[in-house]
Ligand binder design. Structure first.
Ligand code: FHN
Length: 631
């Protein structure tokens, strides 16, 4: 195996690295075999299972159980600040008179222009953010209503923004600044009651010859996103830089709320080493969902959506979406495409009403200043939060099965917060489906003044809004109801004899079944899984307008090892039995015909899907059922 990669790495361009590389090649075989031993003894519960042929499984079929329950602080916070800051901030999107493209992300400038490491190092050596003031940054976040801060401790450029003994390519040893901004920020956060968290690029590192990414300086760099070119060399990067630096972060900066990994990992086992290290050194610290392989089961404690991702429906596991204020993460002097304050407030509410956290980015300059447009937007958000944050912090997602034309809903026990983005012209806010009686109704900003609520003949609530709109962006109506929300389920109406599609958006779940995010694919990132027994049910209320015989098709993914498990699809007394087949991957969705089903009654029927027996693994990654009328 060693011989296989000697040919291409002998051209390594930097001579001292070449000498180093030769040393590695000498002892690499023993070193690499040690990796698997580490994994086997890692202490994380690794559970793998199947219905058919246990011996044929490989590591791609490992199912990972996360070790941490989501702490209250994360569930309740809802709003955090992301900070992308490093030597790229000095360049601000410009290198040798060339600008990064409009809409591009400036922290990638080294890669975009293939800036030689030698040259980039010179930029890093000038990094002197004399205007950096940790307390000021923390105050900006706190005044905006943010509850946690995640800062890039090392982005893909490989430069450590902290005092690292592992590599002198860090802000203390390599720059005239000499200060450790992570230490200062961690202390300022603690003083202000803000959770301090770090971002760490664990696979990609353009300064290290063996990590992923820098192919313009190093022939030995890992260049494939899907397979490691040089596993032994990558191991060396992990052992000599990434893992020791992570240890430094976890031991030198007090309690850390989250370690936010990025760009995934080659193998789940390597991802687990990182997650495991975090949980061992700081058991309460969360690990985000980008720590493991992107195309496999979630590894990490919660899901990080794709960048700037807004889910189309609610997700039922803990999640967060990282988003930008303009187009870039790292500072760019050219990017003026700022979102409006109202857009940011409405995004936050939308995300929270669907159960997520909003991680909003700022990209400070090379001098250590958060750009004025960011400050102004965050000030506006802070003003709205100052009056309305009760409808955000600690709330649970909207209990309603669909979105409203006028805005979104969040909930705290028996209080429903109706976030009105579109103020109705007739000042009557209509709310369908809520069956509870209403004890009280008022605007959040004027709690003493009761507002009138009545029902129309169909039972729809008619909420009489005040004459003047309290907030031009989002005015919050509070409904106090009796008991937990009692809401009509969503009914899918068939028109004529058209196909009925039953999917993630229109389903409701019970037992362990959950609506989930996956990273694979841009447009189809959602599915339902975690069904392990007959109590874990996916269901739909469907109104059939054309009774008859329907052909039923199912779209799902299942990994090898899950095949031959049976499941039921029922509609009243009609029951079909399906047998899971392997689709060869976690997100390799396939459609197959399940059989025929008679839906003989016109009107509403409940369609359910569930495993027939108790399993020791998920049934499938479910995507949709399609019902086609035959006759
Ligand atoms: O490549 C990075 C990018 O620079 C930025 O850090 C974002 C933030 O989520 N993450 C990666 C791309 O997904």
């Amino acid at each position: 195996m060693v011989l296989l990669f000697i040919g291409s790495v002998v051209q390594a361009q930097i001579s001292d690295e070449w000498t180093e590389l030769q040393k590695v090649l000498k002892d690499c075989t023993g070193h690499y075999s040690g990796v698997n031993n580490n994994v086997a003894t890692s202490g994380l519960p690794v559970i793998s299972f199947c219905c058919s042929n246990p011996k044929s499984r490989d590591s791609s079929e490992v199912t990972v159980k996360n070790v941490t329950t989501i702490p209250e602080w994360f569930r309740d916070s809802k709003f955090g600040m992301f900070i992308h800051w490093g030597p790229y901030s000095v360049l601000g999107g410009e290198w040798n008179g060339k600008q990064i493209e409009q809409g591009d992300i400036a922290e990638w400038i080294m890669e975009r222009f293939h800036i030689p490491l030698k040259e980039y190092r010179k930029v890093a050596a000038t990094f002197n953010p004399v205007k950096f003031n940790a307390r000021e940054w923390v105050a900006v976040a706190k005044n905006a209503g943010m509850k946690y801060i995640i800062i890039t401790s090392k982005h893909h450029d490989g430069f450590a923004m902290f005092d690292s003994k592992v590599s002198d390519y860090n802000i203390v040893d390599y720059t005239p600044f000499k200060r450790d901004p992570l230490k200062e920020l961690s202390e300022a956060c603690r003083e202000a009651g803000i959770k301090f968290c770090v971002y760490y690029s664990h696979r990609e590192d353009w300064e290290n010859p063996y990590a992923y990414g820098n192919t313009w300086d190093f022939d030995s760099s890992q260049s494939s996103l899907d397979t490691m070119n040089y596993p032994v060399l990558f191991r060396k990067y992990l052992d000599e830089k990434a893992i020791p630096q992570l240890k430094e972060l976890l031991t030198n900066y007090g309690p850390i709320g989250i370690v936010w990994f990025d760009r995934g990992m080659y193998t789940q086992e390597q991802g687990m080493e990182f997650a495991n290290l975090v949980h061992t050194l700081q058991p309460g610290c969360l690990v985000n969902g980008r720590v493991g392989h992107y195309d496999k089961e979630l590894l990490g404690d919660y899901q990080s959506l794709t960048d700037n991702g807004m889910p189309v429906g609610g997700i039922e596991e803990a999640w967060e979406t990282p988003q930008t204020l303009n187009d870039t993460w790292g500072y760019s002097k050219f990017d003026k495409n700022w979102k409006s304050s109202s857009d940011i407030i409405r995004r936050m509410v939308t995300i929270v009403s669907k159960g997520g956290n909003y991680l909003l980015n700022v990209g400070p300059t090379g001098e250590g200043v958060i750009p004025a447009p960011s400050i102004n937007i965050l000030k506006d958000v802070g003003e709205w939060m100052h009056k309305n944050s009760e409808s955000i912090y600690g709330t649970s997602p909207s209990p309603f099965p669909t979105d409203f034309p006028w805005g979104f809903c969040t909930r705290r026990g028996e209080l429903l917060y109706l976030h009105v983005f579109e103020w109705p012209g007739d000042r009557v806010l209509k709310l369908k489906g809520l069956k509870n009686s209403i004890v009280n109704a008022f605007m959040l900003t004027d709690k003493e003044k009761k507002i009138q609520v009545s029902r129309d003949k169909d039972g729809q609530l008619m909420i009489s809004l005040p004459e003047s709109r309290p907030d031009p962006v989002n005015s919050v109506v509070v409904l106090q109801i009796t008991g937990p929300p009692d809401i009509d389920p969503l009914v899918i109406h068939q028109t004529g004899n058209e196909q009925v599609v039953l999917d993630y958006l229109t389903a409701s779940t019970s037992g362990k079944a959950e609506k989930r995010f996956n990273r694979k694919g841009e447009s189809e990132q959602f599915h339902i899984s975690k069904m392990e027994g007959p109590e874990d049910i996916i269901k739909w209320h469907v109104n059939i307008s054309t009774p008859g015989i329907y052909e039923v098709f199912i779209t799902y993914a299942a990994i090898p090892g899950w095949e031959n498990c049976s499941y039921k699809v029922s509609a009243g007394k009609e029951i079909l039995t399906g047998i899971v087949r392997s689709t060869q991957g976690w997100y390799e969705y396939k459609t197959e015909k399940l059989g025929q089903m008679r839906l003989s009654e016109k009107g509403e029927t409940l369609i359910r899907l569930y495993p027939e027996h108790q399993l020791d693994h998920y049934l499938m990654y479910f995507r949709s059922l399609q019902l086609n009328l035959v006759k």
